[in-house]
Design a protein around this ligand. Structure first.
Ligand SMILES: [Zn+2]
Length: 214
């Protein structure tokens, strides 16, 4: 067509980014990486690998298709006046670093101080899971979990602590196994009240069996 509309470059880029490649294209990309690694994607042991890798990616990155705000919307108000801290500790965390696409394995501790509304505890774990199943850096992951709980539940405070080992540090690069990174985000009362923060830290440290058995 001669009268085709020409989009400005930024819009063209956005349109390309938004178009999800087909499964076949994704599998082809895995074949390319296998060849790049120096192997033959057509040998018997590797024939099914692209398909398996793409399926694994669907699991690893399932969080892109899920909305953590939806998860938190069902709240309960019949709490008989419960207004103490709710803490969910030792939530298993499996994510992937956005710089190397290798695993980040650890655990998250999430707490909030309810203001009338509470949420089912499994929902807090689901929020951790949804943000984890995206490409991440630990700092952003920590903030996203805390900010989302804060915005949707509007509690008196939220605290999130994540301890995790990054395979990009343990299996490549500086090769430092046994190192864990700790990040935290404190909002509301957890930020303003040292006593509240101390109570939370004591509660999660009581459970601290460490990552070292991982
Ligand atoms: Zn990395």
């Amino acid at each position: 067509m001669s009268d085709q509309i020409t989009l400005p470059a930024e819009l063209r880029d956005a349109a390309t980014a938004a178009r999800r490649p087909s499964r076949t294209e994704a599998e082809e990309a895995v074949r390319t990486l296998l060849r790049w690694a120096g192997d033959d994607p057509d040998r018997e042991g590797l024939v099914g690998t692209p398909e398996r890798v793409v399926r694994a990616y669907e699991e690893f990155f399932a969080g892109y298709d899920q909305d953590p705000v939806d998860i938190l919307h069902r709240t309960f108000e019949e709490t008989d006046g419960y207004d103490e801290m709710v803490v969910l500790r030792d939530i298993r965390l499996e994510s992937h670093c956005e710089h190397h696409m290798v695993p980040i394995i650890g655990k998250a501790h999430v707490a909030y101080l309810p203001d009338r509304r509470v949420v089912g505890i499994s929902k807090l774990a689901r929020v951790v899971e949804i943000f984890s199943k995206r490409l991440q850096i630990q700092e952003k992951l920590t903030s996203q979990i805390a900010n989302t709980i804060n915005e949707v539940l509007q509690p008196k405070g939220v605290a999130v602590v994540i301890e995790a080992a990054h395979e990009c540090m343990t299996t490549r690069g500086v090769h430092k196994p046994g190192v864990t990174m700790v990040t935290s985000r404190m909002l509301g009362a957890f930020r303003t009240s040292p006593a509240t923060r101390r109570e939370f830290m004591a509660l999660i440290q009581g459970s601290n069996r460490g990552l070292s058995n991982a």
